[in-house]
Write a protein that binds this ligand. Structure first.
Ligand code: 5GP
Length: 239
């Protein structure tokens, strides 16, 4: 399948149309961004690592009953995906308090959250992705109540699966962000699941193994992503 024209380009990925009207090519670039695009850098091999990491997790989730937009890997940094109507919403689950939650509510960093905490955010960089709730979603027509309920249920269902998945690699799944869209009347998991959109801490040392290494200038970003991939049993191909 060849790329035809570029449909959108985000901070780290670009989407291209294909000869198939319902299928797109998602290209993972080396570009890395944080703080709603205020910090940007290209990191060698990030596109390759994240594309293959995402494929592995999406395929794993599909085997556990979470349907996704992922179809197949096309190259080291490109995947074929279904073309969805996306919700402008980010779904976040937190198993430990950190990041924006601690800033917003003055919660102690690292506090275990049981049950896990679910939050909706509006996907809008210009507004800094603000926290929203079901009422905002329904009143502004971003999704129906039923769709919001399904997004929450699927995100929490994925949490049960992924907490165990990462735990077996001696990692704590601290928090993560998912996005969803509709395909032929069905809600599918979209976008990506990579260390760019989640927080992973080593179980023994609590070392950060995710994009916080980039956000906080901790170094070895891609080496650490690769270590996570290796611990999960992935064999990442680099160009
Ligand atoms: P926080 O709300 O603490 O900034 O983020 C919570 C979790 O969601 C983190 O794992 C973070 O990586 C992820 N997340 C939230 N918003 C975004 C976003 O716009 N882009 C990416 N890549 N991840 C996000």
């Amino acid at each position: 399948m060849d790329k035809l024209s570029q449909i959108t380009t985000g901070k780290a990925k670009s989407l291209f149309s294909t000869a198939h009207p319902d299928q797109l090519i998602m290209e993972f670039r080396d570009d890395t961004s944080a703080f709603d695009g205020k910090k940007m850098e290209a990191l060698d091999n990030k596109g390759n690592v994240n594309n293959q990491f995402n494929a592995f997790v999406m395929e794993f989730l599909a085997t556990k009953g979470i349907e996704t937009h992922f179809i197949e890997l096309l190259s080291s940094n490109e995947s074929l995906v279904k073309k969805l109507d996306m919700f402008p919403i980010e779904c976040v689950v937190r198993n430990r308090a950190t990041g924006s939650l601690c800033k917003r509510l003055g919660i102690e960093d690292g506090l275990i959250l049981d049950p896990p905490l679910f939050e909706f955010f509006l996907k809008d960089d210009a507004l800094g992705d603000p926290l929203i709730n079901d009422h905002h979603i329904v009143s502004f027509g971003w999704a129906s109540q039923e769709e919001a309920d399904t997004m929450r249920e699927l995100t929490l269902q994925a949490n049960d699966i992924l907490v165990n998945f990462f735990s077996e690699a001696n990692l704590i799944l601290v928090d993560y962000k998912l996005e969803f869209g509709m395909f032929q009347g069905k809600m599918l998991l979209a976008d990506e699941f990579t260390p760019d959109g989640c927080r992973l801490w080593d179980k023994d040392t609590l070392a950060k193994m995710d994009k916080d290494r980039f956000r906080q200038d901790l170094g070895n970003v891609i080496e650490t992503y690769s270590e996570v991939a290796e611990r999960l049993g992935m064999q990442i191909k680099l160009d």
